[in-house]
Ligand binder design. Structure first.
Ligand code: GCO
Length: 449
């Protein structure tokens, strides 16, 4: 398969999931620290205080990335390392950690991509109402501008918010992610609005503070549909379900990205929720922040066909035969259709900023980790990305989730997504077989897929 010469073969992580070092060098607590006393919030009472101790092992981790041959590495900054309370005093020591990391990456020939916010709100911000506090937008924009000011001399791709849908749904409605709020849906929608305002203010502040022109995207969870056949009716049915959102689904795919990018809530949302979405023009101006690329976290998708009544109909059993260790169906076509539909709609370069599989990985008596399912998963998804590229869709990069096995939020350490196996008791890292296979794919620039 032909991939462009400058294709970014990458891998991704997030601060709360790998860093540890929760009390080092002046870092303030985040909403993912100390959740263990609250029973049932995270498997086996696990939390984000130690995880993979990347804060100590970062040099070794970059060396492993170099060994795999990664061209790019996506990681997130911990807000409470830079601003222990989330606002107020700046902590230079926390910021210096990322200086070291970025320099080490560049020296290894690996391009850094920064996520400004991957769900780890400083506890002090949360105590003051979090996103629902109107001042939060200013605190967040100040922090985001600082990130741009400090690192834009060496980094040019930034994602301001990772999966705002998950923050809204998991953090504030179902209560499955920190801060574990179960607000009624219309109140949770206020989180969406405030989050979009904070995002818009942050994008503007970052462009202003940057030392050179930077590229900014938003990483959304792809909920693109797969047409059951490639006949035009099925493709149309999949496109329709991807973009024409109803009921509580409205925030998926378009709710956040499109509203930020165009400064207007999508029409299908207005139809459904009517007056709730008429907001003062001033808010919409702040929300409006055109983006430079479309970042897509794609793991799975549902199939759809056009039925005899001319309506899109979701396909159920037996259309999904393989599942990962989290119970998610394996559907490699999902990346092709996501790239195609989102590019058709937004005409922006696409980056797959997450795609990966959780498996049960056990080191054998020589300490090797054979993970054949991950190898197949990666190859198949990359083939579909290759197809999109061959059809002229500008997919610019692929970030396998995740570089290291890590803290999978409320599932604790029970889901291993990594290219690198982590023994959490000793912090020993081992490249899995899939990491070596990914290395050879990268070396051939995708030709040996
Ligand atoms: C997400 C997050 C990641 C997860 C990954 C696996 O997509 O939920 O961005 O932090 O760990 O997706 O579930």
């Amino acid at each position: 398969m032909k991939f462009p010469k400058d294709f970014l073969w990458g891998s991704a992580t997030a601060a709360a999931q790998i860093e540890g070092g929760f009390d080092r060098d002046g870092r303030g607590p985040s909403i993912w620290d100390n959740i263990c006393p609250e029973e049932g919030r995270s498997l086996n009472g696990s939390d984000a205080r130690v995880t993979c101790e990347h804060y100590t092992h970062w040099r070794e981790d970059v060396a492993l990335m170099k060994e795999i041959g990664l061209k790019s590495y996506r990681f997130s900054i911990s807000w409470s390392r830079l601003y222990p309370d989330g606002f107020g005093a700046f902590n230079g020591k926390g910021a210096a950690f990322y200086d070291g990391l970025i320099d080490e990456l560049l020296a290894a020939g690996i391009e850094p991509m920064i996520t400004v916010y991957h769900w780890d709100m400083p506890e002090e911000v949360y105590k003051r109402g979090g996103w629902l506090n109107p001042d939060c937008a200013e605190w967040f924009a100040t922090y985001a501008a600082k990130v741009a000011e400090l690192y834009s001399d060496r980094v040019d791709k930034f994602i301001v918010i990772n999966e705002p849908e998950s923050i809204l749904e998991g953090g504030y409605n179902s209560g499955l992610l920190a801060p574990f709020e179960k607000l009624p849906f219309d109140r949770a929608l206020q989180v969406m609005h405030r989050l979009l305002i904070a995002h818009g203010d942050a994008v503007r502040a970052m462009r202003k503070a940057a030392k050179r022109s930077i590229q900014i995207g938003m990483a959304i969870v792809s909920d693109a549909y797969i047409p059951n056949t490639e006949q035009s009716e099925d493709i149309e049915a999949a496109r329709k379900l991807t973009f024409d959102k109803r009921g509580k689904n409205f925030y998926k795919n378009i709710g956040f990205f499109e509203t930020a990018h165009t400064g207007k809530y999508p029409d299908c949302i207005e139809k459904e929720y009517g007056s709730w979405f008429s907001h003062p023009e001033e808010d919409m101006k702040r929300i409006h922040a055109p983006l430079d690329f479309f970042a897509c976290n794609a793991y799975k998708a549902k199939r759809v066909r056009l039925n005899e009544r001319g309506e899109p109909e979701k396909m159920l059993y037996p259309y999904y035969t393989n599942y990962n260790a989290k119970g998610w169906p394996i559907t490699p076509e999902c990346v092709y259709w996501a790239a195609r539909f989102f590019y058709e709609k937004y005409r922006l370069p696409v980056y797959f900023t997450e795609n990966g599989i959780a498996t049960v990985d056990l080191p054998d008596d020589q300490g090797r980790v054979e993970d054949p399912a991950r190898i197949v998963y990666i190859k198949e998804h990359l083939r579909y990305i290759g197809r999109a590229i061959e059809e002229g869709i500008p997919v610019k990069g692929y970030y396998y989730w995740s570089f290291l096995d890590n803290y999978e939020w409320r599932m604790g350490f029970s889901a291993r997504f990594g290219l690198v196996y982590v023994d959490y008791a000793t912090q020993k890292r081992t490249l899995k077989r899939s990491a070596l296979r990914y290395k050879s794919i990268i070396e051939s620039n995708g030709e040996n897929l």
